[in-house]
Design a protein around this ligand. Structure first.
Ligand SMILES: [Zn+2]
Length: 278
């Protein structure tokens, strides 16, 4: 099982906190917890988002994640595509890291940062992602920050760049929730667009188990199934949790229930293997 969307460090975005107090702990403590969660839930590989704005020595915001990954078998880093950076030195440094295989994907924080996918400042990231054959993942849908602007995080913005960058593969995180059907249309129309099912339900084990949580899970299951049916591309949906926003085991059980059994192998493993060329 591959979890294509977790956080091992605080994303450091405007208006957001650390996601969980655990992420403020030393790398060894975070690593031990991720190992435990992965083992308990049966996850063999997990991909962790970097942090925004980490300075010149860390242009993709992955240094701490890589340090944690050294202590967690199967953990890999996803670099942040920072649209506030436009200088050649930055992109030279980014390309060195991609060439060295330090990341399995790039991540754009739509909405949190006020740049639409088609903004010129993202273009060089798309070209590098195509060159090094890694996907570009976008936050899409609802945001955790009052300072975010939703219009930048709508799935339709991904259609724009999917058309203009046919050699780049894009992932809409959270299926653009609550715009899951809009996201499904973008997948239906474009061969180079995927979605991850992470972060649709967040909270503790108790929150997943109580009446409200179970009701939300049923509603979200319908939204996921509708999106998969509408897109006609079950091979474009990948598993992710958004841990530590949700416990890995509770989230696995939720998605296991939400997705028709015939697609389990694809969503929990095969689709990610193909997308990330594992
Ligand atoms: Zn996330």
């Amino acid at each position: 099982m591959i979890d294509a969307h977790i956080h091992a460090v605080s994303p450091n975005l405007p208006g957001t906190g650390p996601l969980a107090p655990l992420l403020l702990q030393p790398p060894a403590v975070v690593a031990a917890e991720i190992r435990r969660e992965m083992q308990t839930s049966g996850v063999s590989m997990a991909f962790a988002m970097g942090a925004w704005n980490c300075g010149e020595d860390d242009p993709l915001g992955i240094n701490t994640t890589l340090e944690i990954a050294e202590q967690v078998p199967g953990l890999k880093a996803i670099g942040i595509a920072d649209p506030t950076r436009t200088d050649d030195a930055h992109f030279r440094h980014v390309e060195e890291l991609l060439a060295a295989g330090r990341v399995v994907a790039l991540k754009g924080y739509l909405g949190y940062l006020h740049f639409e996918p088609a903004h010129a400042n993202y273009r060089r990231y798309y070209e590098l992602a195509a060159k090094y054959k890694i996907p570009v993942m976008f936050h899409t849908g609802d945001t955790y920050s009052p300072r975010a602007k939703l219009k930048y995080a709508h799935p339709l913005g991904v259609d724009e760049v999917a058309v203009d960058h046919p050699d780049t593969r894009f992932v809409m995180c959270h299926i653009g929730n609550p715009w899951t059907l809009d996201a499904a249309e973008v997948i239906y129309k474009n061969m180079n667009v995927w979605a991850d099912v992470s972060g649709l339900l967040v909270g503790t084990d108790e929150a997943f188990a109580d009446d409200e949580g179970r009701e939300a899970a049923v509603e979200l299951s319908h939204a996921i199934q509708r999106a998969m049916r509408y897109s006609e591309r079950p091979n474009r949906f990948i598993y992710g949790t958004d841990w530590p926003l949700a416990p890995m085991t509770a989230y696995r059980d939720f998605i296991f229930e939400a997705i028709p059994a015939e697609f389990h192998e694809q969503v929990f493993e095969t689709n990610a293997k193909l997308l990330f060329r594992l």
